[in-house]
Design a protein around this ligand. Structure first.
Ligand code: ADP
Length: 700
């Protein structure tokens, strides 16, 4: 019997429990089990603390709680606990009865046995649970990182994600293959390798998706591919072995990646240095992580496409504007000659027939020029190149000037042209006068064009802000008694190149761009345009600006001349004409021939600098784009030379790129755009050279 006790694969014991002292004592022990490895059970009898100090700390209090609760109630009691065995833990099972119970505590007998099998499987599932938790945590981390990563950093974040997944799973290679639907191929686009493992990405581009049919089938059904041991693949999987074995892959997991319903590709894990077991839970989480990455890839590729499309559109738009600007430059240069010489010949032609021909050439040329200017203008507004320049403007003066321009045409058609300005209109408003003039010029021009009897009236109304109107309002209406516009066309006439198909339009000509530009410019200025019209009775176009800045200041009136009525005599002066095109030089010379000018010419910037130093001209007309040295460079040189820095230099160019405007303004004393008219040229010279005006009919 004794022998039996001593060889029992467990530990029998009798115990006593003293509640107040919190003391659990082994009174007697027997059996072959070392409950605590390396500690013989006899020692528990002399050292009651020893047992508790050796079991896992979490189990100590559980053990105590069970005894106190169950044993003191007189019940049989039991408890499991762990003790350490080197690196490992062993689970023990203890069950006992209660023999005696009193106010101080109780006593009884029990047995402790090891729980080896249970312990192992428990331990394993606990470990697995821990790993799953870890992967779960990692997956949500990955989701947060990828969602937050800004556009330029996404691909780096994905690479970092692969590294984290690789380190977590203790695999050797983690990679992503993206599916290219248009070619039905897969490309290895991301890869992470553990140290010492060779990269394969370069070799894995443009592979047919159907190369391994099982995989394609699995992935299209949103199922993973898991090969725990490549060496165990059956002979029917030879094709797959041929792919995996050269890469020395021992275990492999690949899960499909979907963004919504779209198959993006798959994420794979290779184990090269050993086998890797993937649990069901892990595979599910990996699939989730793969889908998160898929969403990110999908979003980023989509954003990339958008960015590329926007860039292409911007480039196309820019090249369109540049093309138009260049084209207009190319056309303006010969137009300069055609219009200029026609004008000169028109003045000297003797026969009526020649005058007629020349008249037609001039007017056709001007129409062509107007069309070019309109197209250019529209492209500038559309490409956002027009920058508004609000300046203090006297509107009464502006209207006077505008009606002055149309007086003759209106008079010839027997139309009354009349402006009615609200008395309340402030003297000065802050507005881009150049653009406002352009808009009104279009509207008044159209009104006169499409009116054959009656009148064209301009009404200017101003409503100041008060308790009813939080902001002021400026309304300008151009009202005619002309042919009118049918309701169905009232919207279309603001579209590019739209002209109403009537005899009037054919008769009057035009480009069909005027109102398009007008509306765009008005909107750019922060205003709006509206139309009211009755066919046969007339039209009223109204533009409205709100909240404009006003001032009571008076502006000085600029002196302008009506060159048809004024005779100007310049004091003798030296004029240097710089242009690489012979025709342009000749044209300016022809315009200036009748004056007492000493005319000099230069064919490029270099020659201009040389001549200017020699003759010290009183004014220089400088073309901008020339071979050898541009007009800009020549002007810079001359402005920095003591002897020539005082000479006014006027830019003379066919170029129309708006980004040059600012530079021209800074560098030059004036700006003439080709084709230049005699009037513009004389006005510019009068600004810089001493002159006298005879029969001075100066316009107010
Ligand atoms: P364009 O006058 O150069 O043809 P617009 O864009 O200025 O181009 O005008 C477009 C069309 O709108 C004109 O061709 C004409 O048919 C119509 N239109 C514009 N203004 C008036 C007006 N005041 N009265 C009648 N029709 C007009």
């Amino acid at each position: 019997m004794q022998d039996m006790f001593e060889n029992l694969p467990g530990l029998l014991f009798s115990y006593s429990l003293k509640v107040e002292k919190r003391e659990f004592k082994f009174l007697k022990t027997a059996g072959a089990l070392d409950v605590i490895p390396g500690v013989s059970a006899d020692q528990f009898e002399t050292n009651p603390e020893l047992f508790f100090s050796k079991i896992h700390s979490g189990d100590q209090s559980r053990f105590w709680d069970v005894i106190v609760q169950e044993a003191l109630a007189g019940n049989d009691w039991g408890c499991t606990f762990q003790v350490s065995d080197g690196e490992d833990s062993i689970w023990m099972d203890c069950s006992a009865n209660v023999k005696q119970i009193d106010s101080q505590g109780c006593s009884g007998h029990g047995i402790i046995t090891p729980m080896r099998n249970v312990h192992l499987s428990l331990k394993k599932s606990e470990e697995q649970l821990q790993k799953l938790n870890q992967l779960n945590q990692l997956t949500s981390d990955i989701a947060a990182t990828l969602v937050q990563s800004v556009h330029g950093e996404v691909f780096a974040s994905i690479e970092n994600t692969l590294r984290r997944l690789g380190e977590y799973s203790n695999t050797d290679r983690v990679y992503i293959f993206e599916y290219d639907k248009s070619r039905d191929v897969i490309n290895n686009t991301f890869e992470w390798c553990a140290s010492g493992i060779s990269a394969e990405m370069e070799n894995l581009q443009g592979l047919p998706f159907g190369m391994i049919p099982d995989w394609k089938e699995n992935f299209t059904q949103n199922k993973p591919v898991y090969i725990p041991n490549v060496t165990l693949l059956g002979p029917d999987k030879q094709q797959l072995r041929d792919v995996l074995e050269p890469q020395e892959i021992k275990s492999l997991l690949a899960t499909p990646m979907y963004s919504g319903e779209t198959f993006i590709g798959f994420i794979g894990f290779d184990s090269v240095r050993g086998l890797r077991d993937w649990s069901e839970g892990e595979i599910q989480l990996i699939q989730l992580a793969g889908n998160i990455i898929a969403g990110t890839i999908y979003r980023t590729r989509f954003e990339n496409e958008l960015i590329a499309a926007r860039k292409a559109a911007e480039e196309a738009n820019l090249s369109k504007s540049e093309f138009l600007a260049n084209m207009s430059h190319e056309i303006r240069t010969p137009m300069n000659a055609i219009l200029g010489f026609s004008e000169i010949m028109l003045n000297t032609a003797e026969t009526e027939r020649d005058k007629n021909y020349l008249g037609t050439i001039t007017s056709a040329g001007r129409t062509l020029l107007a069309l070019i200017n309109d197209i250019l203008d529209l492209s500038k507004v559309e490409s956002g190149k027009v920058k508004l320049q609000p300046v203090p403007t006297d509107l009464s003066m502006l209207f006077e000037e505008l009606t002055g321009l149309f007086d003759t045409t209106a008079g010839e058609k027997g139309l009354e042209l009349h402006t009615e300005i609200d008395r309340k209109l402030p003297q000065v408003v802050l507005i881009d006068a150049v653009r406002l003039r352009q808009v009104l010029y279009n509207l008044i021009g159209n009104a006169i064009k499409f009116t054959y009897e009656g009148s064209v009236k301009i009404f200017v109304r101003y409503v100041d802000k008060d308790e009813h109107n939080p902001v002021n309002r400026l309304e300008i209406s151009v009202s005619d008694t002309g042919v009118g516009i049918a309701q169905e066309h009232q919207h279309d006439i603001f579209e590019s190149f739209f002209q109403i198909e009537t005899g009037y339009t054919r008769k009057e000509g035009g480009t069909g761009l005027g109102l398009t530009i007008t509306r765009k410019v008005v909107e750019l200025m922060g205003g709006s345009i509206s139309l009211m019209s009755n066919p046969g009775r007339g039209s009223t176009f109204t533009i409205t600006f709100k909240d404009i800045e006003t001032s009571a200041l008076k502006l000085r009136r600029d002196t302008t001349y009506d060159w048809s009525k004024v005779k100007i005599t310049f004091n003798p002066a030296k004029v240097l004409i710089v242009d690489d095109v012979l025709m342009n030089r000749k044209l300016v010379s022809a315009f200036l021939k009748t004056f007492d000018f000493d005319l000099h010419e230069a064919v490029n910037g270099k020659e201009a600098v040389k001549k200017a130093k020699e003759i010290i001209p009183d004014i220089i007309l400088m073309d901008l784009r020339m071979p050898e040295m541009s007009g800009y460079d020549a002007t810079r040189v001359l402005s920095n030379l003591g002897a020539t820095s005082h000479i006014p230099i006027v830019a003379f160019t066919a170029s129309a790129m708006s980004h040059e405007d600012e530079l021209i303004k800074q560098l030059f004393d004036g700006y003439l755009r080709k084709p230049v008219s005699r009037y513009e040229l004389l006005t510019m010279l009068a600004n810089h050279l001493e002159h006298e005006i005879e029969e001075s009919i100066e316009k107010e």
